[in-house]
Design a protein around this ligand. Structure first.
Ligand SMILES: Cc1cc2nc3c(=O)[nH]c(=O)nc-3n(C[C@H](O)[C@H](O)[C@H](O)COP(=O)(O)O)c2cc1C
Length: 277
Protein backbone atom coordinates (compact mmCIF):
# COMPACT_ATOMS: atom_id res chain seq x y z
CA UNK A 1 0.00 0.00 0.00
CA UNK A 2 1.32 3.45 -0.92
CA UNK A 3 0.39 7.06 -0.28
CA UNK A 4 -1.00 8.91 -3.28
CA UNK A 5 -1.32 12.70 -3.14
CA UNK A 6 -3.70 14.07 -5.76
CA UNK A 7 -3.66 17.76 -6.71
CA UNK A 8 -6.94 18.83 -8.32
CA UNK A 9 -7.03 22.08 -10.31
CA UNK A 10 -9.90 24.01 -11.87
CA UNK A 11 -10.65 22.16 -15.09
CA UNK A 12 -13.83 20.57 -16.32
CA UNK A 13 -12.31 17.08 -15.90
CA UNK A 14 -12.54 17.51 -12.10
CA UNK A 15 -15.68 15.39 -12.25
CA UNK A 16 -13.53 12.35 -13.12
CA UNK A 17 -11.26 12.61 -10.09
CA UNK A 18 -13.56 11.03 -7.48
CA UNK A 19 -13.56 7.97 -9.72
CA UNK A 20 -9.73 8.07 -9.86
CA UNK A 21 -9.67 8.24 -6.04
CA UNK A 22 -12.08 5.31 -5.79
CA UNK A 23 -9.93 3.15 -8.06
CA UNK A 24 -6.72 3.98 -6.19
CA UNK A 25 -8.43 3.20 -2.88
CA UNK A 26 -9.64 -0.10 -4.34
CA UNK A 27 -6.02 -0.94 -5.19
CA UNK A 28 -5.22 -0.51 -1.49
CA UNK A 29 -3.56 2.93 -1.60
CA UNK A 30 -4.16 5.82 0.80
CA UNK A 31 -5.29 8.98 -0.96
CA UNK A 32 -5.11 12.61 0.13
CA UNK A 33 -6.37 15.50 -1.97
CA UNK A 34 -5.19 19.09 -2.42
CA UNK A 35 -7.58 21.37 -4.33
CA UNK A 36 -7.04 24.80 -5.80
CA UNK A 37 -9.73 27.40 -5.11
CA UNK A 38 -10.79 27.13 -8.76
CA UNK A 39 -11.21 23.35 -8.42
CA UNK A 40 -13.72 23.87 -5.59
CA UNK A 41 -15.98 25.67 -8.11
CA UNK A 42 -16.23 22.45 -10.13
CA UNK A 43 -16.53 19.86 -7.36
CA UNK A 44 -16.95 20.09 -3.61
CA UNK A 45 -14.26 19.02 -1.12
CA UNK A 46 -17.00 17.02 0.63
CA UNK A 47 -17.06 14.53 -2.25
CA UNK A 48 -13.37 13.73 -1.74
CA UNK A 49 -13.67 13.76 2.05
CA UNK A 50 -16.51 11.25 1.91
CA UNK A 51 -14.53 8.97 -0.40
CA UNK A 52 -11.10 9.16 1.23
CA UNK A 53 -12.16 9.69 4.87
CA UNK A 54 -9.46 12.35 4.96
CA UNK A 55 -9.81 16.10 5.11
CA UNK A 56 -9.21 17.94 1.85
CA UNK A 57 -6.39 20.51 1.79
CA UNK A 58 -7.03 23.83 0.07
CA UNK A 59 -5.44 26.67 1.96
CA UNK A 60 -1.94 26.86 3.44
CA UNK A 61 -2.95 29.89 5.53
CA UNK A 62 -5.85 28.32 7.44
CA UNK A 63 -6.50 29.70 10.91
CA UNK A 64 -6.58 27.95 14.25
CA UNK A 65 -6.28 24.33 13.11
CA UNK A 66 -3.42 21.86 13.53
CA UNK A 67 -0.78 24.55 14.21
CA UNK A 68 2.02 21.96 14.15
CA UNK A 69 1.43 21.18 10.49
CA UNK A 70 2.86 23.05 7.55
CA UNK A 71 0.81 21.46 4.83
CA UNK A 72 2.93 22.19 1.77
CA UNK A 73 5.84 20.44 3.47
CA UNK A 74 4.02 17.66 5.31
CA UNK A 75 1.82 16.43 2.46
CA UNK A 76 4.66 15.85 0.02
CA UNK A 77 6.71 14.15 2.74
CA UNK A 78 3.76 11.81 3.28
CA UNK A 79 3.36 11.08 -0.44
CA UNK A 80 4.96 8.22 -2.37
CA UNK A 81 3.66 9.75 -5.59
CA UNK A 82 2.10 13.12 -6.41
CA UNK A 83 -0.43 13.31 -9.25
CA UNK A 84 -1.89 16.57 -10.55
CA UNK A 85 -5.13 15.74 -12.36
CA UNK A 86 -6.63 17.53 -14.07
CA UNK A 87 -3.77 20.00 -14.51
CA UNK A 88 -4.96 23.34 -15.88
CA UNK A 89 -2.91 25.44 -18.29
CA UNK A 90 -2.69 27.99 -15.48
CA UNK A 91 -1.20 25.59 -12.92
CA UNK A 92 1.13 24.05 -15.51
CA UNK A 93 2.47 27.54 -16.27
CA UNK A 94 2.94 28.33 -12.60
CA UNK A 95 4.78 25.09 -11.89
CA UNK A 96 7.04 25.53 -14.88
CA UNK A 97 8.12 28.95 -13.55
CA UNK A 98 8.41 27.87 -9.91
CA UNK A 99 5.53 30.04 -8.77
CA UNK A 100 4.25 28.95 -5.36
CA UNK A 101 1.15 31.05 -4.71
CA UNK A 102 -1.19 28.38 -3.35
CA UNK A 103 -0.98 25.13 -1.42
CA UNK A 104 -0.76 22.97 -4.54
CA UNK A 105 1.99 24.92 -6.31
CA UNK A 106 3.94 25.37 -3.04
CA UNK A 107 3.75 21.61 -2.50
CA UNK A 108 5.29 21.00 -5.92
CA UNK A 109 8.29 23.16 -5.02
CA UNK A 110 8.61 21.49 -1.61
CA UNK A 111 8.42 17.99 -3.11
CA UNK A 112 11.43 15.79 -2.28
CA UNK A 113 13.27 14.66 -5.40
CA UNK A 114 12.42 11.00 -4.91
CA UNK A 115 8.66 11.59 -4.98
CA UNK A 116 7.62 11.34 -8.64
CA UNK A 117 5.26 14.00 -9.96
CA UNK A 118 2.77 12.97 -12.65
CA UNK A 119 1.04 15.86 -14.43
CA UNK A 120 -2.18 15.18 -16.35
CA UNK A 121 -3.03 18.18 -18.56
CA UNK A 122 -6.64 18.57 -19.61
CA UNK A 123 -8.06 21.50 -21.51
CA UNK A 124 -9.51 22.83 -24.75
CA UNK A 125 -7.48 21.91 -27.85
CA UNK A 126 -6.42 25.46 -28.70
CA UNK A 127 -5.28 26.06 -25.12
CA UNK A 128 -3.41 22.76 -25.11
CA UNK A 129 -1.65 23.42 -28.41
CA UNK A 130 -0.82 27.06 -27.64
CA UNK A 131 2.88 27.82 -27.77
CA UNK A 132 2.80 29.04 -24.19
CA UNK A 133 1.31 25.80 -22.92
CA UNK A 134 3.61 23.61 -25.05
CA UNK A 135 6.67 25.55 -23.82
CA UNK A 136 5.49 25.18 -20.24
CA UNK A 137 4.94 21.44 -20.67
CA UNK A 138 8.44 21.14 -22.14
CA UNK A 139 9.67 22.96 -19.03
CA UNK A 140 7.98 20.42 -16.77
CA UNK A 141 9.50 17.58 -18.77
CA UNK A 142 12.94 19.16 -18.39
CA UNK A 143 12.35 19.28 -14.64
CA UNK A 144 11.93 15.50 -14.71
CA UNK A 145 8.15 15.41 -14.21
CA UNK A 146 6.05 12.87 -16.08
CA UNK A 147 3.42 14.30 -18.42
CA UNK A 148 0.47 12.10 -19.31
CA UNK A 149 -0.67 13.15 -22.78
CA UNK A 150 -4.33 14.03 -23.13
CA UNK A 151 -6.38 12.04 -25.61
CA UNK A 152 -8.50 13.06 -28.59
CA UNK A 153 -12.23 13.17 -27.99
CA UNK A 154 -15.35 15.26 -27.45
CA UNK A 155 -14.52 18.19 -25.21
CA UNK A 156 -16.84 20.03 -22.84
CA UNK A 157 -16.61 23.13 -25.06
CA UNK A 158 -18.25 21.03 -27.84
CA UNK A 159 -15.03 20.90 -29.88
CA UNK A 160 -13.57 17.57 -30.91
CA UNK A 161 -9.80 17.39 -30.52
CA UNK A 162 -6.88 16.72 -28.24
CA UNK A 163 -7.21 17.82 -24.62
CA UNK A 164 -9.42 15.21 -22.98
CA UNK A 165 -8.16 13.65 -19.76
CA UNK A 166 -7.54 9.88 -20.01
CA UNK A 167 -10.14 7.77 -18.22
CA UNK A 168 -9.73 7.31 -14.44
CA UNK A 169 -9.15 3.54 -14.71
CA UNK A 170 -6.22 4.09 -17.09
CA UNK A 171 -4.76 6.77 -14.83
CA UNK A 172 -5.15 4.57 -11.76
CA UNK A 173 -3.31 1.73 -13.57
CA UNK A 174 -0.53 4.12 -14.59
CA UNK A 175 -0.08 5.46 -11.05
CA UNK A 176 -0.10 1.92 -9.70
CA UNK A 177 2.55 0.79 -12.19
CA UNK A 178 4.76 3.81 -11.37
CA UNK A 179 4.54 2.92 -7.68
CA UNK A 180 5.55 -0.66 -8.41
CA UNK A 181 8.49 0.30 -10.64
CA UNK A 182 9.86 2.77 -8.06
CA UNK A 183 11.84 -0.01 -6.40
CA UNK A 184 12.90 -1.88 -9.55
CA UNK A 185 16.54 -0.62 -9.54
CA UNK A 186 16.86 -0.10 -5.79
CA UNK A 187 20.49 -0.67 -4.63
CA UNK A 188 21.77 -0.82 -8.23
CA UNK A 189 24.52 1.67 -9.15
CA UNK A 190 24.77 2.75 -12.77
CA UNK A 191 27.64 4.52 -14.50
CA UNK A 192 26.31 6.42 -17.52
CA UNK A 193 28.24 8.28 -20.21
CA UNK A 194 26.53 10.85 -22.43
CA UNK A 195 27.29 13.33 -25.20
CA UNK A 196 29.89 13.77 -27.92
CA UNK A 197 33.53 14.31 -27.01
CA UNK A 198 35.86 16.79 -28.72
CA UNK A 199 39.18 15.63 -30.16
CA UNK A 200 41.57 18.55 -30.47
CA UNK A 201 43.68 19.04 -33.58
CA UNK A 202 45.43 21.98 -31.92
CA UNK A 203 44.49 24.18 -28.92
CA UNK A 204 41.72 25.91 -30.92
CA UNK A 205 40.31 23.46 -33.46
CA UNK A 206 38.66 20.13 -32.78
CA UNK A 207 36.70 17.30 -34.40
CA UNK A 208 33.44 16.32 -32.76
CA UNK A 209 30.00 14.91 -33.56
CA UNK A 210 26.39 15.97 -33.16
CA UNK A 211 25.62 13.84 -30.10
CA UNK A 212 23.54 15.99 -27.71
CA UNK A 213 23.76 13.72 -24.67
CA UNK A 214 19.97 13.32 -24.57
CA UNK A 215 20.13 9.53 -24.80
CA UNK A 216 22.39 9.29 -21.74
CA UNK A 217 20.23 11.78 -19.85
CA UNK A 218 17.14 9.73 -20.69
CA UNK A 219 18.88 6.71 -19.15
CA UNK A 220 19.53 8.81 -16.03
CA UNK A 221 15.83 9.80 -15.88
CA UNK A 222 14.79 6.20 -16.21
CA UNK A 223 17.19 4.92 -13.54
CA UNK A 224 16.05 7.66 -11.16
CA UNK A 225 12.37 6.84 -11.70
CA UNK A 226 13.05 3.20 -10.87
CA UNK A 227 14.88 3.97 -7.63
CA UNK A 228 18.45 3.30 -8.84
CA UNK A 229 21.47 5.53 -8.32
CA UNK A 230 23.84 6.69 -11.04
CA UNK A 231 26.95 8.67 -11.80
CA UNK A 232 26.89 10.64 -15.05
CA UNK A 233 30.03 11.31 -17.10
CA UNK A 234 29.67 13.79 -19.97
CA UNK A 235 31.37 16.70 -21.72
CA UNK A 236 30.79 20.10 -20.09
CA UNK A 237 28.86 21.15 -23.22
CA UNK A 238 25.98 18.76 -22.41
CA UNK A 239 23.03 20.52 -20.80
CA UNK A 240 22.77 18.03 -17.96
CA UNK A 241 20.10 18.54 -15.32
CA UNK A 242 22.04 16.21 -13.01
CA UNK A 243 25.39 16.60 -11.27
CA UNK A 244 28.02 15.27 -13.67
CA UNK A 245 31.69 14.40 -13.86
CA UNK A 246 32.98 16.30 -16.88
CA UNK A 247 35.05 14.62 -19.58
CA UNK A 248 35.58 16.63 -22.75
CA UNK A 249 37.74 14.27 -24.82
CA UNK A 250 37.47 10.54 -25.48
CA UNK A 251 40.67 10.10 -23.44
CA UNK A 252 39.11 11.98 -20.50
CA UNK A 253 35.94 9.93 -20.79
CA UNK A 254 37.87 6.65 -20.72
CA UNK A 255 39.90 7.85 -17.72
CA UNK A 256 36.77 8.91 -15.78
CA UNK A 257 35.03 5.62 -16.59
CA UNK A 258 38.08 3.78 -15.24
CA UNK A 259 38.00 5.97 -12.11
CA UNK A 260 34.44 4.97 -11.27
CA UNK A 261 33.89 1.57 -12.87
CA UNK A 262 34.65 -0.38 -9.70
CA UNK A 263 31.73 1.25 -7.86
CA UNK A 264 29.09 0.50 -10.50
CA UNK A 265 26.97 -2.57 -11.14
CA UNK A 266 25.95 -1.57 -14.66
CA UNK A 267 27.83 0.59 -17.18
CA UNK A 268 25.81 2.31 -19.92
CA UNK A 269 28.04 3.87 -22.57
CA UNK A 270 25.68 6.28 -24.33
CA UNK A 271 28.49 8.83 -24.82
CA UNK A 272 29.80 9.28 -28.37
CA UNK A 273 33.58 9.35 -28.61
CA UNK A 274 34.83 11.96 -31.07
CA UNK A 275 36.05 9.32 -33.50
CA UNK A 276 39.43 10.93 -34.23
CA UNK A 277 42.57 10.84 -32.22
C1 LIG B 1 -16.37 26.32 -17.13
C2 LIG B 1 -14.88 26.40 -17.11
C3 LIG B 1 -14.15 25.31 -17.51
C4 LIG B 1 -12.75 25.37 -17.51
N1 LIG B 1 -12.05 24.27 -17.90
C5 LIG B 1 -10.71 24.33 -17.95
C6 LIG B 1 -9.97 23.20 -18.37
O1 LIG B 1 -10.51 22.12 -18.67
N2 LIG B 1 -8.62 23.31 -18.42
C7 LIG B 1 -7.97 24.46 -18.09
O2 LIG B 1 -6.74 24.50 -18.21
N3 LIG B 1 -8.66 25.55 -17.66
C8 LIG B 1 -10.00 25.51 -17.57
N4 LIG B 1 -10.70 26.60 -17.13
C9 LIG B 1 -9.96 27.80 -16.70
C10 LIG B 1 -9.42 27.64 -15.28
O3 LIG B 1 -10.48 27.33 -14.38
C11 LIG B 1 -8.73 28.93 -14.84
O4 LIG B 1 -7.57 29.13 -15.65
C12 LIG B 1 -8.35 28.93 -13.39
O5 LIG B 1 -7.69 30.14 -13.09
C13 LIG B 1 -7.46 27.76 -13.03
O6 LIG B 1 -7.03 27.89 -11.69
P1 LIG B 1 -6.11 26.78 -11.02
O7 LIG B 1 -5.04 26.44 -11.99
O8 LIG B 1 -5.56 27.48 -9.80
O9 LIG B 1 -6.98 25.65 -10.64
C14 LIG B 1 -12.09 26.56 -17.09
C15 LIG B 1 -12.85 27.65 -16.65
C16 LIG B 1 -14.22 27.57 -16.67
C17 LIG B 1 -15.01 28.76 -16.20
Amino acid sequence: MSNVLIGVTGGIACYKIPSLCRRLLDKGHSVRVIMTEAATKFITPLTFESLTHERVYIDDFREGEEPDNIYHIDLVKWADVFVIAPATANTIAKISYGIADNLLTSSVLAKPDDVPLIVVPSMNTVMYESRQNQNNLAGLYELGYEIVDPVIGNLACKDVGIGKMPEPEDLADLVDSRLKSREEYKNINFLITAGGTKEYIDPVRFISNKSSGKMGLAFCDSVKKRGGSFRLICPSSVEAHYPAVFADTAGDMLARVNDFISECDILIMAGAGGGYK
